[in-house]
Design a protein around this ligand. Sequence first.
Ligand code: CTP
Length: 417
Amino acid sequence: MQGKRILLIVGGGIAAYKACELIRLIRKEGGSVRCVLTKSGEQFVTPMTLAALSEQEVHTSLWNLKDEVEMGHIQLSREADLVVVCPATADLLAKMAAGIADDLATTLLLATDKPVLAVPAMNVRMWLHPATQRNVAQLRADGITVLEPDEGEMACGEFGPGRLPEPTDILKAIKPFVSSEVETHARAERRNIGARQGFSTSLEANGKLAGKHIIVTAGPTHESIDPVRIIANRSSGKQGYAIAEALGAMGARVTLVSGPVSLATPANVARVDVQTASEMLDAVEQALPADAAILVAAVADWRVAASPSKLKKSAGPPQLQWTANPDILATLAQSPQRPGLLVGFAAETDNVVAEAQAKRVRKGCDWIVANDVSGDVMGGDTNEIHLVTQDGVEHWDAASKADVARRLAERIADALA
Ligand code: CTP
């Protein structure tokens, strides 16, 4: 965090007091914090408190002429390394998603060219409301990182997701953003300093994918049978999420198109949630152009004509009308906007390598990452893969999904270099 500048927008919620602790933690690690307090935020903490903790002037109004002379709101939004919205209330998230700029905080959020991290905190019903979930999905699609709230007892007495994460966890989420800034710095220095083990190796890795846009698909798809039943599969999304995280940590702009999974969005990753194969294809096509696409999702090959009303058991086993789903990988391979590097996955139970080699050619992708899913790979934390490329097949020993992801991200960076 040394020397990093955080613009902290404090929204109006009971969790605003935790923003005070966050300021302390950031400053303890060498970062600086400039605070913007919304009008409703002022009901929970005072500008004086934030000014005392940050040792900087606190900004509350767009209409402060002095600021416009000395530091316009545009400059304020851009001189930070990262904008953190904490707590991000339902109202703030809605305004951000809609692009409303009716006060200093929302104007800064619209004007900034810096990464934005939103840390939601609100009543559980407000968080789970479709409107809020829609806004969060929109913000993630726009490239804003929205942390998942913690689950637990809330100030209002209800229980569930909606609590502000602990300030130490928020700090952890902040660090990757500011460390990639350090890396930009470090890249310039690296030529002179030469490679150092450990820290500088990771710095080097971090910058390697800067400026690259990479699409990752992950998780299963769900295809409706009727309003209560679905066709799903055992994919947990862990490998795809780990890959998205590893690519983001190396500086790539990552769009993660995710089927239904219960995983937190990795830092530095824009997540688009989908349910079905068709929605996944649409989201992938909307995210183009990209330098690479890594299609890890276990996409349902078939869907059925979904019944609008619940199928009754008394009617006997249903006659399902099956239709083939679009093949996202094959469609991308044929697209005029085909990413320069197209990587598919192949989960096989028999003749793993031979099936993967045939699949690579059939689908028109560059690499296939093949794994044997006859064990507990689906849902597990380790993976043992074969990387099938036009040059041959490499066997990678079993490793954690995070390690496989990092190694693959390195290979992708080399291929895109
Ligand atoms: N895939 C896809 N769209 C589909 C099906 C698969 O994009 N409708 C992608 C997967 O994300 C993966 C690769 O294609 O990267 C291989 O998926 P797999 O299910 O192994 O391939 P299939 O073509 O379905 O072949 P199989 O007969 O082995 O199921």
